[in-house]
Design a protein around this ligand. Structure first.
Ligand code: NDP
Ligand code: HSE
Length: 432
């Protein structure tokens, strides 16, 4: 057997604690699989007592010479080969710590999608320059092996499109709204009560967390390094029961979809709620489950469905990265060249479901459909008109067109009658 691989974990909360638990419980098996001993040497944690109790861990991994082991001691320890960062956040402190792990010649494994997506450029570069491994399987869809899927399993293929449900909390909320007819606020409360949503759920519902994951997948699949500002993102905050019903009427369910598509040398990408037709498997991926769909040039379509979060679920991906490092060590990783540019997300061709809240007046539907027709958009169906005295709600399903044309049609409606629309129309791409 080779020399042992020594591990340290920074932050022993939900994910870090799960990693410590698996490494401890399965030490013998993992060491056999890795072909060398996998040894959890230290865990740096602000509150070791709570972590020990919560994850049934041995006191000795948290202390050195009777004191809590510090991050600086771990960085300086020549015996530590791999550092697992599970403190979370994208503060200067966490960013510098990750850089310093690599600068000290140690491999880095992290679940921190916010850090890698928003401040990861120099961390990736540092790892690459030093020929160290940067494992981040856990950062995108928790337990789903999409990173190795793209980097290893489909390296013989061209990924033409990546799409999926990459935030469990928003999927839980939308599922409750769809299947239990809950309002958005009620569904969000339930997600919080069940421990899905964060105390501050803004990144879950505004598409930020899903965007972090899509940015990482786009980098892997297409070599394109996007910032958050470059990605076109719409959250689920404005989805209501009317939208759910309109989607149901066209045999679809509303999902927060991450999509990146390669076309004519450009990558078109967006994160937004879409009406997913029931024939598409993504439509029946419910509650906190995540799913990724790959459409490949040679091997066609694949779905990976599973847990996108949770303690041991996410930790498992970290442990798999550790075993990979134990087996392969300092191998040079190929990073996709940055040969594509970002296309305008408004040019992605979709059929659309557009819903309107208007004054309940004669000629309203006529005016709206005329303005849509003027943009050369063909209408497939007009959804049920729901009257509520003074106001009316109805939806229009279009043929394939692009968002720019829909937006022009809406501007046109506003020009024709400034007071007709009582709120901004909801525009949902329809995903087949
Ligand atoms: P937690 O808040 O549960 O855990 C973070 C832990 O790090 C806490 O125990 C915290 O201590 C500790 N910590 C913070 N700062 C320090 C420090 N300076 N030194 C030592 N310990 C520190 O977060 P999660 O485990 O949920 O998330 C960790 C990462 O994993 C995040 O990047 C998250 O985005 C990612 N992730 C999480 C998933 C999940 O299901 N939870 C799924 C996929 C990714 P204290 O609590 O005392 O402050
Ligand atoms: N908040 C995230 C989610 C956790 O709901 O999917 C996993 O990244």
């Amino acid at each position: 057997m080779k020399t042992p691989l020594n591990i340290a974990i920074l932050g022993c909360g939900t994910v870090g604690g799960g990693v410590a638990q698996i490494l401890t419980q399965q030490k013998e098996l993992l060491s056999k699989r890795a072909g060398r001993e996998i040894n959890l040497k230290f865990v740096a944690e602000l509150n070791p007592e709570a972590a020990m109790k919560r994850f049934s861990l041995d006191e000795k991994i948290f202390y050195k010479n009777g004191q809590k082991v510090t991050i600086d001691e771990i960085l300086a320890d020549k015996d530590i080969d791999v550092v697992v960062e599970t403190m979370g956040g994208k503060s200067d402190f966490v960013h510098n710590t990750c850089l310093n792990v690599l600068k000290n010649g140690k491999h880095l494994v992290t679940a921190n999608k916010a850090l890698l997506a928003e401040r990861g450029r120099d961390i990736f570069l540092e790892a690459e320059t030093r020929k160290l491994q940067l494992g981040f399987e856990a950062a995108v869809c928790g337990a789903i092996p999409i990173i190795k899927g793209i980097k290893e399993c489909f390296t013989g293929d061209i990924i033409e499109s990546v799409s999926g449900i990459m935030n469990g909390t928003s999927n839980y909320i939308l599922t409750q709204m769809q299947l239990q007819n809950l309002g958005f606020a009620e569904a969000l409360k339930l997600a919080q009560q069940n421990g899905y949503a964060e105390a501050d759920p803004s990144l879950d519902i505004n598409g930020g967390d899903a965007s972090h994951k899509l940015i990482l997948l786009i980098k892997l699949a297409y070599g394109l390094k996007l910032s958050m500002e470059e990605l076109s993102v719409v959250g689920i905050e404005d989805i209501n029961q009317n939208d759910m019903d309109f989607a149901k009427e066209i045999n679809a369910s509303i999902k927060l979809i991450c999509l990146a598509k390669l076309k004519d040398g450009k990558v078109y990408a967006t994160v937004r709620p879409m009406a997913v037709k029931n024939d598409n498997i993504l439509s029946s991926v419910n509650y906190a489950v995540n799913a990724v769909r790959l459409d490949n040039k040679y091997s066609d379509t694949h779905f990976l469905i599973g847990k996108g979060a949770g303690s041991t679920e996410t930790a498992m991906s970290i442990v798999s990265d550790i075993v990979f490092i134990a087996r392969h060590g300092e191998v040079e990783t190929y990073n996709e060249e940055e040969k594509y540019t970002l296309g305008d997300a408004k040019e992605i061709a979709f059929p659309y479901l557009v819903s309107f809240k208007t004054k309940n007046l004669p000629g309203t539907t006529g005016l709206i459909t005329t303005c849509i027709g003027r943009q050369g958009i063909n209408i497939e169906t007009v959804g049920h008109n729901r009257f509520s005295g003074e106001t009316a709600d109805f939806s229009i399903e279009t043929d394939v067109c692009c968002l720019k044309s829909i937006e022009k049609a809406i501007d046109d409606i506003k020009k024709e009658n400034k007071e007709l629309l009582l709120q901004e129309p909801k525009i949902l791409p329809i995903l087949y």
